[in-house]
Design a protein around this ligand. Sequence first.
Ligand code: NAD
Length: 300
Amino acid sequence: MAAELLDGRSLATRIEDGLRAEVGTYATLFGRRPRLVVVLVGGMAASASYVKSKAAAATRVGIDSEVVAVPGTATTEELVALVTAIARGDHGAADGILVQLPLPLQVDKTAVLDAVPPDRDVDGFHPENAGLLSQGRPRFIPCTAAGVQRMLIDAGVETAGRRVVIVGRSDIVGRPLALLLSAKPPRAPAPVGASGCDATVTLCHSRSTDLPSLSRQADVLVAAVGRPGLITADMVRPGATVIDVGVNRVDGRLVGDVDFEPVRTIAGRITPVPGGVGPLTVAMLLANTLLAAELRSRQG
Ligand code: NAD
């Protein structure tokens, strides 16, 4: 029997509906709307398209946004100065500041990301936010990791005591997701339904040996590598939940890291690409931007 499809688009729409109401309440209380400023460096078509969809989603829920586009020849110093100027208010109020990745090779990505003030770091990449997450008291959680957790909870996929195998250890997806899913549950409010935490997590990477024997142990298998067809049907336990984070362009078509059709006949649940994790990444960015605005307004 074919696996149940986990539809990220419809979940993202439901999340946006909730956020629209919350943004409305925020605007009534504080007399302004949350605002997101995005830095787009260079002319990469994929980056421009991601930024466009983030700005469109912000508009749908009532968040203001501005895209600051700079040439791909920008230096580290210029980008750090730009982020600092945005934080100072040179581009209007900026509750959330996001630097679209990847950056050109000549740029020191860490220096630029570290220039984003941690209380406006809606991507959750600043070391202060990474540290808070690793201590189990998250503030801004990297959007894709938060989106995967949300999808598991929404689909009723229990993680407590289960084996989760994550393939890919990047700072933006695999590692924060491993922290989230292995964390203790929050003390309040009491978790209802699937927990999204308390899992036994195995984090695999390019130097892991015998990936198939590890992946076959997974109740929940997450692929976040960027290699089309990496996860084949023989690597999946029958009935497992398979979350495909990968986005790869093959012959002009978007595909994930999972060999979709064969794996679909083995798995219990599976995310499509496109239409799986991607829309949730954007929805979580909107949630982080509202949170950033609320934190700033409460600080006065
Ligand atoms: P990355 O290049 O930073 O990390 C890739 C990881 O894969 C590394 O940890 C590496 O060790 C591991 N890896 C490489 N080859 C491997 C192999 N043969 N076996 C096991 N592990 C291997 O990538 P990233 O930024 O984490 O992105 C991963 C993928 O997810 C990309 O396709 C990216 O486009 C996609 N992505 C999607 C979203 C979304 O919203 N859907 C968001 C972010 C990233």
